[in-house]
Design a protein around this ligand. Structure first.
Ligand code: KG4
Ligand code: ZN
Length: 331
């Protein structure tokens, strides 16, 4: 089964062609970072307009790279929420038009489910269910009990900022530009993660919830203090990253022990973080758990994960005339 995936929930215009929810024949993502960087964050109006500019060429490029024609595609899978409304509507409109014109079934995918199904791409053998998922992105941080395809339950979530948001906001205070997560990761590699003892919120508690706003505030106050003004930026980045990663790893391990599942998936943009990957891998090695972290290009927003989710969740079809975007789509 060959699915065309389309993803425009935030600021990446993406299209992909995926076979049987596994083999990625093409995955194209056109980053808009250059258009948002000077504002220090994503400007929704610019994102929507850029999607309009880029969507047709991105879909064509994906089909061309896959060596597939629309006639050979078995269906169109599109992210319809959650996300920025002005961004979502562009992908949804494109998918509806393509599905209607080509007479193909249309599948409406939840972006967050997509992030988890990124772990199925190019994986042999496929992840076994049930599994524990950690979704860490710019907008979300949540632990998910994936009992069966289509039966996903949140068992822990952030009470305030998402992990990626904490990275981005602190990176901004450090003058690292946008998006801050990757820049922070690079800089942290030259710093000492034990230099500053930033707080690890919620670590002592039984709850599987996260909180990152205290850490973010603590980093800001530190940087305004005389000690902070003397500190090396790389040390601040490394220490901040260590605090975020410590909490993410500890809560994931706690959840895995509670559920007793042997497979753990870590997905979303922050799963690209080198320290998180290294620490989760070290834990998996020690514990014998099967850890799946998608390759970098499938961690950040992409359309291959959308096609994978539609395939594995065996979604019913949507009406190409009436499907709407849902910016607040619940998990
Ligand atoms: O999943 P994603 O591409 O978009 C959302 O759905 O939010 O995630 C983007 C987030 C941003 O906050 C970005 O700073 C963060 O992922 N990110 C990273 C790294 N790469 C991307 N955070 C930490 N370390 C990285 N290497
Ligand atoms: Zn995302």
């Amino acid at each position: 089964m060959l699915l065309l995936g389309i993803e425009t929930s935030c600021d990446d215009t993406a299209a992909a062609v995926v076979e049987d929810g596994l083999r990625v024949r093409a995955s194209v993502a056109t980053s808009q970072d250059a258009f948002h960087a000077k504002y220090g964050g994503i400007v929704p109006e610019i994102a929507g307009r850029q999607h309009v500019q880029l969507i047709s060429a991105t879909v064509e490029h994906a089909l061309e790279t896959a060596g597939a024609t629309l006639a050979e595609i078995d269906g169109v899978a599109v992210t319809y929420g959650p996300g920025l409304v002005g961004s979502l509507v562009v992908g949804v409109a494109a998918a509806k038009a393509i599905a209607y014109a080509a007479g193909k079934p249309l599948y409406a995918v939840n972006h967050l489910h997509g992030h988890l199904y990124a772990a199925f791409l190019e994986q042999d053998p496929a992840p076994e269910l049930p599994f524990l998922g950690l979704i860490v992105s710019g907008g979300h941080t949540q632990l998910v009990d994936v009992r069966a395809h289509g039966d996903l339950r949140i068992i822990g979530r952030t009470l305030d900022d998402a992990a990626g948001e904490a990275f981005d906001k602190t990176a901004r205070v450090l003058g690292l530009g946008f998006p801050g997560g990757p820049a922070m990761d690079r800089l942290a590699q030259q710093g000492d993660p034990t230099a500053i003892d930033f707080p690890r919120s919620m670590l002592g508690s039984d709850s599987l919830d996260f909180s990152f706003s205290g850490l973010k505030t603590s980093a800001r106050y530190f940087l305004e203090s005389p000690q902070g003004k003397r500190a090396k930026t790389a040390d601040v980045a490394a220490s901040f990253q260590a605090a975020v990663v410590d909490v993410l790893v500890a809560k994931t391990v706690q959840a895995q022990r509670r559920l007793g599942y042997s497979t753990v998936v870590v997905a979303g943009g922050v799963a690209a973080n080198s320290r998180l990957r290294a620490q989760m891998s070290a834990w998996a090695e020690r514990s014998g758990a099967r850890l799946l972290i998608p390759p970098l290009r499938f961690c950040t927003d992409n359309a291959a994960m959308v096609a994978a989710a539609a395939y594995h969740e065996a979604l019913g079809t949507s009406d190409p005339l009436t499907l709407g975007a849902d910016p607040n789509l619940p998990f």
